[in-house]
Design a binder for this molecule. Structure first.
Ligand SMILES: [Zn+2]
Length: 235
């Protein structure tokens, strides 16, 4: 199985790899990759796989049966090829900023209003979050976003660590998420924002909270009893 390099280093933009399989000429697996596959509300990475100066544009990355598969635009890659890889960094970095911002917001919503996130989708120019909240008001939501922005001003670092299933279940703030996690996973990747937030997560994040910039609430939609949708952008 390919090593997912983004799990431990979100800032890796270029690396070397070997082609380990090719399906239908355009679905490629590598022995190691930093291309993030679509999942957890974060879109897939794009970029290039390069062989002898020939560039194969990566247009989609997904995870299938545990393997990270890269869809390239043109055929020509063969099993055993030694290649270099390059991320579309602007795209990835945008997703990192939005992903960390969404953790911070979901933390405040949970702590202040016991609101639960029911869905989220990161995009290049905005992020959507669905949540269930009793006693919602636009003023309250704006106050939570303001609180998030003031936390961003603190110099907090985002760190990654791994924890056993037993340790995850022993931490109440993680257990609420861990209940639905697959039984066969023995080790969990934990993303921490300073001592403010801790979550089980497979996404890519910025190193320092300040990299997010400023969160601006752009739109809210009433999705029925206690269910809301919000959109935010980063400035
Ligand atoms: Zn996440």
């Amino acid at each position: 199985m390919a090593r997912a390099l983004y799990m431990d280093d979100s800032y890796l933009k270029r690396w070397n790899a070997k082609v380990s399989s090719v399906k239908d000429e355009k679905y490629i697996t590598l022995d190691n990759t930093a291309f993030y596959p679509k999942g957890g509300g974060q879109p897939w990475d794009e970029g290039y796989i390069i062989k002898n100066n020939e560039k194969f544009r990566v247009v989609y990355v997904g995870k299938f049966s545990g393997e990270i598969s890269h869809e390239v635009e043109i055929s020509g890659l063969k099993v055993g090829d030694i290649v270099s890889c390059e991320l579309d960094w602007e795209r990835r970095y945008t997703f990192m900023r939005y992903h960390t911002a969404s953790h911070l917001i979901s933390n405040i919503l949970y702590n202040r209003a016991n609101a639960k996130i029911t869905g989220n989708q990161i995009e290049m120019d905005k992020t959507r979050m669905d949540f269930s909240m009793i006693d919602y008001s636009p003023e309250k939501l704006q106050a939570y976003v303001d609180e998030a922005n003031s936390i961003i001003q603190q110099d907090l670092l985002i760190t990654i660590e791994y924890m056993s299933r037993q340790d995850v279940l022993g931490k109440p703030e993680l257990a609420r998420l861990a209940v639905g996690l697959p039984e066969n996973i023995k080790e969990f990747r934990i993303v921490k924002i300073g001592d403010v937030d801790i979550q089980v997560d497979g996404g890519t994040h910025v190193n320092n909270l300040k990299e997010i910039g400023t969160i601006e609430l752009t739109k809210t939609v009433n999705k029925g009893k206690n269910n809301r949708r919000m959109y935010f952008v980063l400035k």
